[in-house]
Design a protein. Structure first.
Length: 276
């Protein structure tokens, strides 16, 4: 079972973030800002408001000064391969298949729901059982775990201890809460989000897919993917926004029609005998 736990984070994320941003925009030194926070000349509400305004801008580097540590367990190696593609602002430690030898050939694994629904879980598990038995034989014959693991499937479970800064976590959620991401990564990202929302709700709410109202607010995937997306209906596609902008620039925005005005004024459109 996938488990995600926020193990620790920057002691006072809002204070750290406020001090980082305020240092950029103030004649005060960071030490003076810290003193003003300590003696309540700068309140929590003022810090929150200041940070909210900054978060509407592209000034993102202060977000790197807040870090979150997570324990993530029971995820597949199919997931972990995607996870470690994130290169910036995140540090990973992952359970090793070189130094950890599975006892009696029993390795933990994940069977996706789609395989269960297709009625093929038994065959998949039988194959894993055979792989485990051969793994055990190899280890008994002196093959090191680092070589016996060549038998193991993508389904094999693994564990992580990671540290990720807030800017990197926003980026990961942009991509991996998007419905184009695989279900397992979406679940891990959603669980990381839930943990941050619980601990620091003021920041957690910004962890959204990139089309979320607190992120870009529109979809930049292909039109076909946008049409197929279950939340696409409430998010505009970027092509629609550019078309609208282009029409506006050329003075070609469709004028309001009689029926639009009728709707505004709650009147029957001209020539209509049907109740409107
Ligand atoms: C839906 C989906 C499908 C995918 N399919 C595939 C696939 O088929 N094959 C595949 O190989 N991968 C695939 N990926 C992985 C993808 O290509 C990225 O490797 C992964 O999402 C990490 O994203 P990133 O590079 O934006 O993040 P990070 O590595 O965390 O980078 C963060 C930011 O820094 C920038 N950055 C990082 N390093 C550099 C650099 N050296 N130079 C300039 N800018 C840099 C990135 O552009 C990004 O904006 C897929 C990802 C998604 C979400």
């Amino acid at each position: 079972m996938i488990q995600v736990t926020l193990l620790s984070h920057t002691p006072d994320p809002m204070r750290s973030l406020y001090m980082a941003y305020r240092t950029c925009y103030s004649t005060l030194t960071p030490q003076q800002v810290a003193r003003r926070i300590e003696d309540d000349r700068i309140t929590g509400a003022q810090m929150r408001q200041f940070i909210e305004e900054r978060l509407k801008t592209g000034h993102a580097s202060p977000l790197e000064q807040v870090a979150f540590e997570f324990g993530i367990s029971g995820v597949s190696r199919a997931f972990s391969h995607q996870f470690v593609r994130h290169r910036v602002g995140i540090s990973f430690e992952q359970q090793s298949q070189r130094y950890v030898t599975y006892k009696e050939g029993e390795f933990p694994y994940t069977v996706p729901e789609s395989v269960k629904k297709a009625g093929m879980a038994d065959r998949m598990e039988a194959l894993f059982g055979d792989a485990g038995a051969l793994y055990e034989e190899m280890v008994a014959a002196g093959v090191p775990a680092e070589d016996a693991r060549f038998l193991l499937p993508n389904a094999t479970n693994t564990n992580f201890k990671i540290t990720v800064n807030f800017q990197a976590l926003l980026h990961i959620c942009d991509l991996r809460l998007c419905t184009r991401a695989q279900w397992e990564f979406r679940r891990v990202a959603a669980l990381m989000r839930a943990e941050v929302v619980r601990a620091v709700p003021e920041l957690g709410k910004y962890l959204q897919p990139k089309c979320g109202e607190l992120r870009m607010g529109y979809c930049d995937e292909s039109v076909a993917d946008w049409e197929a997306c279950p939340i696409g209906r409430v998010r505009p596609h970027k092509d629609a926004l550019f078309r609208l902008y282009d029409q506006y620039r050329k003075g070609e925005l469709a004028p309001l029609r009689d029926e639009d005005w009728a709707a505004i004024e709650e009147k029957e459109p001209a020539g209509s005998s049907e109740p409107y």
